[in-house]
Design a protein around this ligand. Structure first.
Ligand code: HEC
Ligand code: HEC
Length: 257
């Protein structure tokens, strides 16, 4: 069974019959990454119209757009945000609170184990590396080499209207062709993409979908514009599960952000 690309499994009957329990859990994790907001195991933890694959393109198998390939080799890692060492599972769960504007699923829950198993499967055979500085895998999005203070709102508004609105809507509200990029149904102010340098760098390698052709300056102008728009505030307390479902949350709630 091949899980290293986003195509449906092409396993033959002979291969299928050798599918192990672990293979099944990994396949379940991939389904949840693709359909996070509608899958029965994950939808209760999602607070917007995004799925993990909205940003980790092709279920994280796109080599450039916040790829999951190799990510498991980078954990455990020091997290400056949490001021703790975190595991891959923690990293997965924290994404629910911020990028998905939802609630952190319990450690060890079926949904958490499946997603973490899927993501780990995309690092099979790769060498592990302790990460003493930040929780990012070897293929993380490189930060654009541009003065991040030079983003221009007016140019960004025009570029958005011409290059993005036909999929993401004039008011960022999303359409059948692209999820919301601002407003109540998008990522919140605690998400990585809510920071202009991160969004600009991600847009450069990810958007427009299938043909990312923006210059560094265009990516920065558009990121400056998109992130000037309203989106949900982030208050950590609102995104943690009840204390008895939390396990040991790896920061001091409420944290500074
Ligand atoms: C709004 C966009 C967005 C969504 C939705 C999102 N993420 Fe992320 N995630 C990011 C960005 C950006 C990073 C930083 C990656 C980078 O810089 O390459 C990240 C990082 C991660 C990492 C660490 C990657 C690494 O290189 O160490 C994991 C694991 C992860 N996300 C899992 C998830 C899961 C699981 C979901 C769904 C529950 C999810 N993310 C939803 C944007 C998003
Ligand atoms: C052809 C349609 C299309 C175009 C054009 C396009 N996108 Fe996207 N975009 C998508 C789709 C679809 C996704 C989700 C990926 C998936 O589900 O596979 C996405 C995801 C995103 C995301 C992360 C998820 C979210 O909604 O926050 C952002 C941010 C984004 N696009 C911004 C842009 C910007 C800015 C432009 C213009 C430079 C752009 N896109 C152009 C279709 C498009």
């Amino acid at each position: 069974m091949h899980l290293s690309n986003a195509e449906p499994s092409t396993a033959t009957d002979a291969e299928a019959s050798t599918e192990t329990e672990l293979d099944k859990v990994i396949a379940l994790g991939r389904e949840i990454v693709l359909h996070t907001g509608t899958h029965p195991l994950s939808k209760q933890y999602v607070g917007n119209d995004l799925a993990c694959t909205s940003c980790h393109l092709e279920a994280g198998t796109d080599p450039q757009a916040a790829s999951f390939i190799g990510v498991a080799t980078a954990y455990p890692a020091w997290s400056p945000r949490e001021q703790r060492v975190i595991t891959l599972e923690d990293r997965v769960l924290n994404c629910f609170m911020r990028s998905m504007n939802g609630t952190r699923p319990p450690n060890g829950s079926k949904v958490s184990v499946a997603m973490t198993a899927y993501i780990a499967s995309l690092s099979q055979g790769q060498a592990m590396k302790m990460n003493h500085e930040k929780p990012l895998g070897p293929k993380h999005v490189p930060t654009l080499d541009i003065d991040m203070t030079t983003g221009d709102l007016t140019r960004g508004r025009e570029l958005y209207a011409n290059e993005c609105a036909y999929c993401h809507g004039d008011a960022g509200e999303g359409s059948d062709d692209g999820p919301p990029v601002w407003g109540a149904k998008s990522y919140n102010h605690g998400a990585g993409l809510s920071r202009v340098p991160k969004l600009a760098s991600w847009l450069k390698v990810a958007m427009p979908l299938g043909d990312p052709y923006l210059t560094d300056q265009q990516a920065l102008d558009i990121a400056t514009y998109v992130n000037s728009k309203p989106r949900p505030e982030f208050k950590l307390q609102d995104h943690l599960p009840p204390a008895d479902k939390r396990g040991e949350y790896n920061a001091e709630p409420p944290a500074a952000d």
